[in-house]
Write a protein that binds this ligand. Sequence first.
Ligand SMILES: [Zn+2]
Length: 78
Amino acid sequence: MGRGKDFSEDTRLKCVLWSDRYCCLCGKACGPDIEIAHIDLEGGNDLDNAIPVCYYCHATREDITRSILVETDTELES
Ligand SMILES: [Zn+2]
C-alpha cells in the first residue's frame, strides 16, 4: 500500500455523506457530481484532509486550500 494521491473509496463515501452532497465552499447541491478535494495538497488521504466540493470549485482548488487555511487561522485567533 503506497501513499497515493487520492482518497480511498471509504473516505470518499464518508465525506459525501457528511456533506449531504453540498459543495462545502459555494453551497451548491451537487448530487452525484460531488467531488472530494484535498484541503492540504501536501497532506494525507485521511478524512481530516478531505473536503466535498463541486467540480467548479475543485478546478480552482489551490484557492480553495488557501481560503480554508485563512478561515482556520481566523477562528484560532478569535
Ligand atoms: Zn462549489
